[in-house]
Design a protein around this ligand. Structure first.
Ligand SMILES: Nc1ncnc2c1ncn2[C@@H]1O[C@H](COP(=O)(O)OP(=O)(O)OP(=O)(O)O)[C@@H](O)[C@H]1O
Length: 327
């Protein structure tokens, strides 16, 4: 059953345009001109209860704007949106009980107070009983490995501990739908893994639905079978992670260890030369000519070792956005 439904969802922001110089300032003052920034254009998708979906796009693609519409922080310019059966923009209390929005670069915990104090405020806001509060804090802090940390002022926590405490605060009311905008932003690798493991377990334990943006592809590959890709405000892909690679990266990476060093010129005919370091070479080769290229490399060059792999997902995504390959 779909718990998130976006139908031809759009958001246009009017932005004042001012020409440079004094004349521009005066004109701007008397006759203000606007242009429309098309942040999100006719985006449609549905997410089933319990799914974990990665929401990918370059900077400025429209991810945060979409999340804000799904959580009711901003009103769509057009289109329809329903989350857990509610129209988000109405911000009904029962809707807010069912969702949460976590933004990696924003914090809700009060800096100078122990996290536990902020959690108590949240408990009061959401009408959580004292007994239930203690149970949920114990369960979540155990899952997040935060025991003993919640009594310290938030400013004394490490970045990773703070992010985990933010997650705890955002999940205290046991929401069904989690909108997570860069939940691992700036965390070191260990802390990223901790947050990822927690989200996986939370999804399993509560069958929670998660829509997640992240610039760390490891988050996406570890958590999401399905990804939605948005490019310049438009949805360009909705499907499996493997499908994304098939569709946008019709090439393979061929790594070759040569017996002796060769120049770029000597290697240029065997594929798109990605890297050359000493005797190690990395080519990108189109899938349809892969067998032929590999056979030629083995026949014509002195090869010690050769491996063929799919390009890393980061590279595929990077290529999509750099090249603007969107159809
Ligand atoms: N309040 C606003 N007024 C005007 N333009 C805005 C506003 N908010 C966002 N935009 C523009 O809308 C576009 C989409 O922004 P959005 O923040 O949704 O992108 P994003 O995919 O979340 O990017 P990032 O990965 O950098 O956070 C951008 O061009 C941005 O400049």
């Amino acid at each position: 059953m779909s718990i998130v439904v976006a139908e031809r969802l759009s958001k246009f922001y009017p932005v004042a345009v001012k020409e440079p110089g004094l004349k521009g300032t005066l004109l701007h003052f008397f006759r203000r001109k606007h242009r429309l920034v098309k942040a999100v254009q006719e985006v449609s998708f549905q997410i089933n209860a319990g799914e974990v979906v990665g929401f990918l796009g370059a900077n400025g693609a429209g991810k945060t704007t979409t999340l804000k519409m799904l959580t009711g922080l901003i009103h769509p310019s057009s289109g329809k949106v329903k989350v857990a059966g509610y129209v988000p923009f109405r911000r009904e209390e029962s809707f807010l009980q069912k969702i949460t929005l976590v933004m990696g670069q924003k914090q809700q915990l009060i800096w100078d107070l122990p996290a536990l104090d902020s959690l108590r405020i949240n408990a009061a806001v959401y009408g959580i009983s004292d007994k239930e509060f203690r149970y949920r804090v114990a369960e979540l802090s155990d899952l997040l490995a935060l025991e003993g940390k919640l009594n310290q002022p938030v400013r004394k926590l490490s970045l990773g501990e703070r992010m985990k405490a933010e997650l705890l605060a955002a999940l205290l009311h046991q929401p069904q739908v989690l909108f997570l905008d860069e939940p691992t932003l700036g965390l070191d690798v260990n802390a990223q893994v901790g947050v990822r493991d927690f989200l996986r377990e939370y999804n399993r334990r509560y069958q929670a639905t998660i829509l997640l943006t992240s610039h760390y592809m490891a988050d996406i590959t570890a958590l999401c079978e399905r990804v939605i890709v948005i490019h310049q405000g438009q949805l360009v892909y909705d499907g499996s992670l493997e499908g994304l690679v098939e569709r946008f990266a019709p090439y393979r990476e061929v790594k070759v260890e040569l017996a002796k060093c060769l120049s770029e010129t000597q290697l240029q005919d065997y594929g798109e030369l990605e890297a050359l370091e000493g005797r190690s070479v990395r080519f990108l080769v189109q899938r349809d000519v892969l067998t032929r290229s590999v056979a030629r490399i083995l026949a014509e060059l002195e090869v010690l070792d050769l491996t063929v792999t799919e390009p890393p997902i980061e590279e595929v995504i990077g290529r999509i956005f750099r090249a603007g390959v969107v159809s």
